[in-house]
Ligand binder design. Structure first.
Ligand SMILES: O=C(O)C1=C[C@@H](OP(=O)(O)O)[C@@H](O)[C@H](O)C1
Ligand SMILES: C=C(OP(=O)(O)O)C(=O)O
Length: 426
């Protein structure tokens, strides 16, 4: 665990940053490839802790995975799935997407993960799989799926208000269940809906029939084959958001190439947030997205229920804005890598800011960063806490960030990329 001196450039950031592949798209593509009817080639694969855990988990279950000379090119050939041990690390996508795959294997699949992962909500997925015919011991990590080679499937009602991943995790494997699946959500609204749209979109790409009711509370997947397709993974827009935030944070300019014209990634919504805070944005015909920061950031009042993943980036900017920002609709962030509402308010206050938790969000009072002072920003093993600290570090000379290595969860090259962006040679 190292303390990292966050770069604090003396002039506005002026940089172009090319981001690696999307975590969420990569881990969905890998699962669909392992369940497909032939080999799939994936280019632009994110290689990071979360995606390597998915690759290792699928390989342990029997998928044949080969790597190209470029490690971001991966070929997955499906094979009969068998018993295995799966390490979930702290990855929500691994702990919530792989149990359904394991239930299709023949043999016992033992799941475990980081100590901190044991407190992330998971029982909804395991209970749902049990209701669909799977044999599982446990209610959270560690647990064992006693795979029998088949899952009956059918209808199930779940409360997915704590995580959209409960729905995605069932949908991704459901075409391989004997009767498919019909999932009904009952409870407070499901967060991170774009991530469910991403799941549906990718299922349709591989020829799976998915129906959604108009209220988006019932999803039906017909049983049938999963077609092998070659995937080209978009850049990770949530990780891009942290880099782009350097423009509004320093009244500078940051550009990101290959920004998709249309996407299901919720990270795309950061463009609207930057605009609301006073930044100007431009999406050129060649895909280059450019953000230019305002001289003074405007406070915002925003419901982040659909785009909760962006909260640490947005909260960091709110601490640099002029006025009171209210971020709402994000109670589910208490079940992310850490309780992000508590972690953000603790750390923003630690560096001299003014942040208060509400039941479902944060109230951040900013004075354009005038009161901020250096300290050691804690990261709670959360990659997005680390990147939020880095954004504040652009404006707080002497800020250090504890355990910067936690960024490897989705971006192993974060430090060198950030230092290059800030004009510091690594
Ligand atoms: O399905 C996915 O790839 C994700 C869904 C979201 O989870 P929640 O619905 O738990 O917020 C998001 O925050 C997470 O980073 C990735
Ligand atoms: C919530 C996140 O991750 P996970 O996929 O582990 O839930 C995240 O990356 O912000």
């Amino acid at each position: 665990m190292s303390n990292w001196a966050a770069p604090c450039p003396s002039t506005p950031v002026d940089a172009t940053v090319d981001l690696p592949g999307s975590k969420s798209i990569t881990n969905r593509a890998l699962i669909l490839a392992a369940l497909a009817d032939g080999p799939s080639r994936i280019t632009g694969t994110l290689r990071s802790r979360d995606t390597d855990l998915m690759l290792d988990g699928l390989a342990a279950l029997g998928a044949d995975i080969t790597y190209g000379a470029d490690p971001t090119t991966v070929t997955v050939a499906p094979h009969p799935l068998h018993g295995a041990a799966v390490d979930c690390g702290l990855a929500g996508t691994v702990m919530r997407f792989l149990p359904a795959v394991a239930a299709l294997a023949t043999g016992d699949v033992a799941f475990d993960g980081d100590e901190q992962a044991r407190s992330r909500p998971l029982d909804t997925v395991l209970d749902a799989l049990r209701a669909l015919g799977a044999d599982i011991d446990g209610t959270g990590l560690p647990f064992v799926v006693h795979g029998t080679g088949a899952v009956r499937g059918g209808t199930v009602t779940i409360d997915a208000s704590a995580s959209s991943q409960f729905v995605s995790g069932l949908l991704l494997s459901a075409a391989r269940f004997t009767d498919g699946v019909e999932i009904t959500h009952s409870g407070a609204p499901v967060p991170s809906m774009p991530h469910i749209d991403m799941t549906i979109d990718m299922l349709q790409t591989v020829g799976v029939t998915v129906d959604v009711d108009p209220a988006a509370t019932r999803w039906t997947v017909a049983p049938g084959p999963v077609r092998a397709v070659d995937w080209s993974i978009e850049p990770d827009l949530s990780n891009a958001a942290a880099f782009l935030a350097a423009a509004p944070a320093t009244a500078g300019r940051v550009s990101v190439p290959r920004w998709p014209v249309t996407t299901t990634q919720p990270g795309a919504a950061i463009v609207d947030v930057f605009q609301q805070m006073g930044a100007t944005t431009d999406h050129a015909a060649d895909g280059l997205l450019t953000v230019r920061g305002p001289a003074t950031l405007t406070a915002i009042d925003a419901d982040l229920h659909d785009i909760g993943e962006l909260t640490p980036t947005i909260a960091a900017l709110c601490a640099l804005a002029e006025g009171t920002s209210t971020l709402r609709g994000i109670a589910h962030l208490r079940g992310h890598e850490t309780d992000r509402l508590q972690a953000l308010s603790t750390e923003i206050n630690r560096v001299g800011g003014d942040c208060r938790e509400t039941d479902d969000g944060l109230i951040i009072v900013g004075d354009s960063g005038a009161a901020l002072r250096p300290d050691r920003w804690r990261t709670y093993a959360d990659h997005r806490m680390a990147t939020a600290g880095a954004i504040l570090g652009l404006r707080i000379p002497g800020l250090t960030i504890e355990n910067i290595e936690t960024t490897a969860k989705t971006m192993p090259d974060f430090v060198s990329m950030w230092e290059a962006m800030a004009g510091i040679a690594s």
